[in-house]
Ligand binder design. Sequence first.
Ligand SMILES: [Ca+2]
Ligand SMILES: [Ca+2]
Ligand SMILES: [Ca+2]
Ligand SMILES: [Ca+2]
Length: 563
Amino acid sequence: MKNIYTTALALFFSVIAVAQDHNHVPGNLLVMLRSDADAKRIQSDLSQLNGVSTQLKAERILSESMHIYLFSFDPTVNEELLLSKIKSSPGVKIAQFNHYVNERNTIPNDPQFSVMWDMNNDGTNGGSGGVADADIDAPEAWDITTGGLTAQGDSIVVAVIDGGFSLTHPDINFWKNYQEIPNDSIDNDGNGYIDDFDGWNSGTNTDNWTPASHGTHVCGTVGARGNNGIGVTGVNWNVKVMPVSYGSGSGGTFEANVVAAYSYVRDQRRLYNQTNGTQGAFVVSTNSSFGVDLAMPSAYPLWCAMYDSMGAVGIVSAAATANANYNVDVQGDIPTSCQSNWLITVTNTKSNDTKATAGYGTLDIDLGSPGTNITSTYYSGGTNTYASISGTSMATPHVAGTIGLMYSVACPQLMTNCKTDPAGFALMMKDSLLGAVDPVAGLAGITVTGGRLNLYKAVKSMQNYCIATSVNDLNNREQAFGISSVYPNPASQNLTVVINTFESSDIILSNVLGQEMKRVHNENSMRGKQLIKMDISNMAKGVYFVSLSNGNKKSGVVKVVIY
Ligand SMILES: [Ca+2]
Ligand SMILES: [Ca+2]
Ligand SMILES: [Ca+2]
Ligand SMILES: [Ca+2]
């Protein structure tokens, strides 16, 4: 008996749960009014719903400047119906339920994530002396996006230029050039590079790789596959990492190969731009975790010029400064003392937000990023593995990766701007990232921004651009003067005309000859949509046109049939 009762009760509650969504506070509504609307008026207009008292009441002003109110009502009232009535009420801009909010972070299931203080510092996972929240706030950012594609479907690519990579590492999503057939000695995609299927190694002019530990580590920070149950998590969970190498040509590693490597990246993005995405790759940033200590840009004009050249096609570059404690402004470093608007220069912070032994400079070094004891993908002893290592090399891929993640949150309109002006858009990305740092004492007075990277704020800044854009759209729509809809159509007794205006105006019904047959004056000067009734019971059958006029201007017409 008890069992049956329990089952029945459980069923009862599950039915309730289906019928009513419990993610919001019963008997609450949030309402944004137009500036000239009166909350009391709405309260009295909707005090009854189908003959039942709603007890609707403006309970609290949530934002005076934005005219947002908390309304309460009898929770036994049909809330969906009440909400829809309020939404269509003149004077109401936006209405919604009052949803419960949970503090949340997106924590991936990758087993080594718990030691990744750079992403989420709990005060203990960064070693002794670590400070909670001295991190890039990655879980907060991943609530918004985990990367992958832009709003227009571009596959986001971050190019890592390094010595070598283990392309077989299972935790990295390496970019492949699927327009190229590998190893047939033909440049199938016509991009000027023969057999560039697995990226490009400018040291050997092939796409052949000798696996290497350093580059593999850097790639993992940019984009180790997140939430796949193995290893670590990158700043992006899904981004494509393009492997590009300055190689180790005969006689060592030299600048010529660096220039050639950058040129490959630039060529791929330029091709993407030129072919509207049918060829090439949507490379949005590069990572350079290498350089020459105590070197002056005057001796490296070609290398330094590559950042502007890549910037011109829409690529932001992140570069690591020296792993030595000196002022780069004074003593120089390549590439971090190169002058380019599209270059972001990075120093290394520890788990207590102080600078590690690394370069600095209020002119040349833009920001800090976690780079000390960073756990990422690795290659060692012939095996794909994971390791914790330190340096500006480890700090910089957080920044290159952030640019990638920012692209994944840009709304379609922003992406249209990006396609129209890739160089300008890239600059906006860089400025947004640098404007979104967390100011920290350890970087104040020794870097351009005085701050450490914050992934969440950088992503959020992109989202804010998009919200601002859509609010403008809303305001523009509000300014519109005209007829939104007329119903029913055909009609025989009454017409409801939905008008959109913020001034007193007349609704005019004309016949097919353009003669005015009926006019209803609407004195209500509140902005936005209003519903106007028109009695048409005495009109002859036929086709008519409804329009809106305020004496000076006249809207377009809507055809109605009266029967
Ligand atoms: Ca944090
Ligand atoms: Ca090719
Ligand atoms: Ca080929
Ligand atoms: Ca993983």
